[in-house]
Design a protein around this ligand. Sequence first.
Ligand SMILES: Cc1cc2nc3c(=O)[nH]c(=O)nc-3n(C[C@H](O)[C@H](O)[C@H](O)COP(=O)(O)OP(=O)(O)OC[C@H]3O[C@@H](n4cnc5c(N)ncnc54)[C@H](O)[C@@H]3O)c2cc1C
Length: 394
Amino acid sequence: MNLDEYRRAARAWLRDYARPGESAPENAISHAKDFMARLYDAGYSGITWPARWGGQGLTQAEERAFAAEARHFSLPTYVFSIGLGMTGPTLVDRGTDEQRERFVRPLLRGEEIWCQLFSEPGAGSDVAALQTRAVRDGDRWIVNGQKVWTSVAQHADWGLLLTRTNPDAPKHRGLTMFVVGMRDPGVTVRPLKDMTGRAHFNEVFFDDVAVPDAHRVGEVDDGWSVAVTTLLHERLSISAGVGMGRAKDDPTSLEALRRTADTSDPLVRDDLVELHIRTRALALFNQRLAQEAEAGLFPGARGSAAKLLLAELTLFEADLATRLAGPSAVVGTGDGEGAGPLAHAISLAPAMSLGGGTNEIMRNIIGERVLGLPPGPRVDKTVPFKDLKVGTQG
Ligand SMILES: Cc1cc2nc3c(=O)[nH]c(=O)nc-3n(C[C@H](O)[C@H](O)[C@H](O)COP(=O)(O)OP(=O)(O)OC[C@H]3O[C@@H](n4cnc5c(N)ncnc54)[C@H](O)[C@@H]3O)c2cc1C
């Protein structure tokens, strides 16, 4: 099938199975799972993922063709975004064959939902300062600690969990990555309501949770290099909107604002043109990164530039939408009576500048790793973790 045929087939499939502007039904999770299963069976989930592990083994060209068609629909794929964008690619890159065999296909087919358990109350930007401990006990590990900000954990079957296994080593060197069952004994998930009125993320507690050594991803004490793989995928996937199902009916999108704004006002036209330019520039930058990746050139730290551009674009859109809508923008803030989709989108916008790493951290990474500026001082780099005054330690 050539690319035009592929695109036409994708369009026809989407017309049959995804409706434009569809709102989430009551049974949102089972609806999302049914949709993912259909998407997978039709060959549109994991388009570029290796066929050996359940992907379609196609190229970025097909991926982009499908994404271009999908933009006209609201796909209920948000709950799979962590698995598709972050944990799945990490398993493909760094997992064992047994782990790939066991986890990748169910993830792509939406049978299992994934979350990412990195951040803690005392370890966000400085995630290597985390304190959740995993202690070896024969062929298993016993995990104790707390995570926070964990997106979709309340729905998740599995989590990619970064733990400290060697407190005597410097903070980046004593970490190990695991796959943990989110319904296993000792795992407690508590949803946290954010300012949109919904619970996008959770706090997660681990009390003597047993994790088999077969669920370790990468070598013991080498979890930081696995985490870096996840974070690189995270930044690229967030900026490319993987699984976000960003919809035509998003009330802060250019299409929506153009429909409702008074375009006879030259200042409004200026703002809309600015939004168009920023949106297009980011799309082209993402396309370039994807093409480079296909040619074997990993985007590395430049993924942070794409993530930063998206965070700034999201705030610009929300600010513009607020100015154009006036007081009606803030009628209702969440799911309750009278809640407006615009109010929800505006109050969610700042999250993009935090999740996946803050704008300040993206700038640090771009400065050091892309532009080659001198790094900031890191006085704790060689100090054993147990001697650092971080988190609740010391
Ligand atoms: C919507 C959302 C979803 C999320 N989902 C997940 C998830 O699924 N899994 C997960 O593990 N985490 C998740 N996070 C957590 C996210 O990664 C952290 O919030 C983020 O890394 C910042 O950490 P922090 O909140 O602890 O802030 P801090 O690290 O405490 O930062 C506070 C402020 O200090 C600034 N700062 C910190 N260090 C520096 C520095 N070196 N230079 C300059 N400025 C600095 C920061 O930019 C920020 O403004 C999510 C967050 C959000 C908002």
